[in-house]
Design a protein around this ligand. Sequence first.
Ligand code: ZN
Length: 242
Amino acid sequence: MNETLTCALVEERALVERYVADTLTDAHGRADFEAHVIACPRCQDEIRLAMAVRADLAPLAAGTRRARRVLPLGLGIALAASIAAIILSRAAGTSTRWQDLGAVPVAPIYLGVEVRGTPVRGDSLLALAMKAYDDRRYDAASAGLTGALAAGTDSAPAEFFLGAALLMLDRPEAAAETFGRVIALGDTPYLGEARFYRAKALLRQGNGAAALSELHAVASSSSAVSGWARALADSVESRMRR
Ligand SMILES: [Zn+2]
């Protein structure tokens, strides 16, 4: 199509909602939408919000999942969402290099975490570390998250964003190991994203086969990143056939 979109057109066509629901196909201008989003902070925020809403609704739909605890003041719950995946599924289509398939140009977005009844000291360290993360100070974030984990904060979000910070610092080995610990925690809200980004870290190291097994695990689940995982798996598979 190659149409230059505006925010008004994005809104009019409900492209954000369709994108997040993974129903925006190439034939319906997926590429044009992604080209707009990469350059548009406003639409990035819309995606963030839409993913947060979906994350909130998902447990209700799943039924069997445990109930989420709710933030005080009715702020609601949000979890790790990844518009980074956007740009990636796109870049991956044409690239022939493992390094490019594993690239993460935009960090996973932090939307806040579930809070427990009784905060521990690690929780305030987590908040500080995530402030650094939001400011793209990934060195400070990774140091802070390591401290928060040692002080007993919930491990799933802290480990997930530690892995993300390491990925942004281009330390794929440490990132893969950290995401591996999130995956080992089992059914947390971060499981799908952790597999997806662990695959990214493995691709950065040139390990296509290991990346593929993570991507297949996400693709067959009902994670928010399943569609993106399938797209990336396709690219990895075609790279392996070369
Ligand atoms: Zn826009």
